[in-house]
Design a protein around this ligand. Structure first.
Ligand code: FAD
Ligand code: DLZ
Ligand code: SF4
Length: 508
């Protein structure tokens, strides 16, 4: 009897485990654009358009490859509105014996599929380097789960940048050569931008009509929407961006939204690019002398290290991970995250870029928006929902550990050994934002004091019991305690004023 083979919008890979298991001559692939997936958080319109256009092209490529595909567009009058609803509809239409699917990347869908009244077979998503058992075996018995040690296992497993049993160049990690401040000039023209075709234009009209009210600008739309385009973009970046990727990984510039970043996260996560293949291409550039080791090692570490590690944490920690709130933060997400006015140039620029591109790079996410939310004590669940909605590369398995864990310390230090907080000084060092800001980054108090400066001390002061004994934070408490009491109170009062203005909805 016929079986249904579910392919989700982030499973657009021809070597997907569910497709490998299915019988091309008999089984039917089910793909569906559904309102539930597009709006369980208000996804950025560009992300929805990227997903739908890529799904349509992938369905076409499956048909070209001999598969029967039952594809529901969002405006199909029979569309059931959810993945499970579509499976039930197709099962009755084809009198199917059951469904085969590859494990989804969110607990929400994993449970919905497990509870379906259809015989189902869930397969591991083996587009990753480590499976759940391998990660759990690595994590078992360790007091702390530091990414660096897991990364070394992944280097050994893949053989990437290995010189026999040793790391290429003698060191596992070349981070100390990276993280230079913003360059004066950027000699890479950014991600390859693709002209829209008929498929993309139809999707753009549909998304504008149905989700145009979501936060985010839909047009111009230039993302790659199939594997061939994504590969062309990757080659373009390896040639133009990779050589400087390491040096300026943490820099931020007003006029250069992408700097030397790869902008491949959305393509890898959706299945258009294979992570191992991407790393091998980067390694090849190094072996051919086209990119230095610090850049290539740094890039490969992000993919086989961080990307695999955060996935391991998401699945190990379970569905309640996204509700964690170790620091007891309860403030509502300020309206400026959704584009309301702010006088903080770094936030204004990071949010405006997010709205325009459905993209911000790592340091903007971690040290601007994430840093501010943490310092201001915003409810981590609201922060999580924002990140999940606004970035084209966001799916819970990768977004939640980065937000709940790395950025908001809401998991009580599973991922980060100390909170990623900083005063305005870090942003000033790594960007050109402060020069155009209403606030003065050098002011620690007074009407023009940078809000990051006063909130930084407020955070440390209010969480003293938790962090004063943290070996990596003790020196900051030492600095704080050496400031005289009157001045400390002035700083704390200035921070209270900022928080009060935030709560009142004033433009901070
Ligand atoms: P590059 O800077 O060029 O890095 C190359 C690749 O390495 C990325 O494409 C990605 O696949 C991988 N990578 C790098 N850092 C990480 C990381 N910390 N975790 C997982 N993979 C990583 N990444 C997502 O893919 N989806 C998310 O929803 C997401 N949310 C984030 C939220 C916060 C608060 C933070 C601090 C980071 C988040 N990241 C997320 C990680 C990282 O910021 C993005 O992967 C990166 O910005 C994507 O842009 P890029 O492709 O240009 O990456
Ligand atoms: C992100 C997304 C969106 C916007 N829409 C769909 C959709 O209509 N149909 C679909 O199959 N997948 C979509 N996706 C991706 C899913 O949300 C994703 O598969 C799950 O969140 C699990 O990672
Ligand atoms: Fe951001 Fe402060 Fe710099 Fe303004 S002065 S851009 S608020 S860090």
């Amino acid at each position: 009897m016929v079986r249904l083979v579910l392919v989700l919008g982030d499973q657009l890979s021809h070597n997907l485990s569910a497709l490998r298991k299915a019988d091309k001559g008999r089984d039917i692939v089910v793909m569906a654009e559904v309102a539930d997936e597009a709006s369980y958080v208000p996804h950025h319109p560009k992300k929805i358009a990227f997903t739908f256009a890529s799904m349509r092209k992938f369905a076409r490529s499956l048909r070209d490859d001999g598969w029967q595909v039952a594809y529901a567009t969002l405006d199909d009058p029979d569309n059931a509105g959810s993945i499970t609803g579509e499976l039930i509809r197709r099962a009755s239409e084809h009198d199917a014996a059951g469904i085969i699917y590859t494990e989804p990347g969110e607990w929400r869908l994993i449970s919905a599929l497990a509870e379906m009244p259809l015989k189902s077979h869930c397969l591991p998503d083996d587009r990753f380097i480590a499976n759940h058992q391998e990660f759990d075996a690595w994590a078992k018995g360790r007091k702390t789960l530091r990414m660096e040690y897991f990364y070394r296992e992944m280097r050994r497993k893949t053989g990437l940048l290995m010189d026999g049993k040793n790391p290429e160049g003698g060191k596992w990690n070349y981070d100390h050569d990276n993280r230079k401040p913003a360059p004066g000039d950027v000699d890479y023209d950014g991600p390859m931008q693709f002209a829209t075709d008929d498929t993309v234009n139809q999707v753009l009209d549909l998304v504008q009509a149905r989700f145009g009210h979501h936060f985010g600008t839909l047009r111009p739309f230039w993302f790659a929407t199939d594997a061939a385009q994504a590969r062309r973009h990757l080659d373009h970046w390896i040639k133009g961006g990779l050589p400087n990727f390491g040096d300026f990984q943490d820099a931020m510039l007003d006029d250069h939204r992408f700097l030397y970043h790869a902008v491949v996260g959305l393509y890898i996560n959706a299945g258009l690019l294979d992570p191992l293949d991407v790393c091998r291409r980067a390694e090849q550039a190094y072996r051919e002398g086209a990119a230095p080791l610090n850049a290539v090692e740094g890039f490969i570490r992000q993919i086989i290290g961080w990307r695999e590690y955060v996935r391991g944490i998401y699945f190990r920690e379970g569905p309640d991970y996204v509700t964690r709130n170790a620091l007891g933060h309860t403030r509502d997400l300020p309206a400026m995250f959704w584009g309301a006015a702010t006088r903080m140039n770094c936030i204004a620029k990071s949010v405006a870029q997010t709205k325009a591109e459905a993209y911000a790079h790592h340091i903007q996410r971690l040290m601007v928006t994430g840093n501010f939310a943490l310092l201001a004590g915003v409810d981590p669940a609201q922060v999580h929902q924002w990140y999940l909605a606004v970035y084209a590369d966001a799916y819970e398995w990768v977004e939640a550990p980065n937000v709940i864990g790395m950025s908001q310390f809401a998991d009580d230090g599973i991922i980060a050994s100390k909170p990623y907080i900083s005063s305005g000084n870090y942003i000033h060092k790594m960007s050109d934002y402060c020069g155009n800001c209403t606030y003065r980054v050098q002011d620690k108090s007074g009407p023009k004091a940078c809000p990051f400066n006063v909130l930084y001390w407020h955070f440390l002061d209010r969480h003293r019991d938790r962090f004063a004994r943290n070996p990596r934070m003790g020196n900051m408490y030492g600095v704080w305690d050496r400031i005289d009491e009157i001045r400390r109170n002035t700083i704390l009062q200035a921070a209270e004023d900022v928080l009060h203005r935030l709560d009142a909805g004033d433009a901070v």
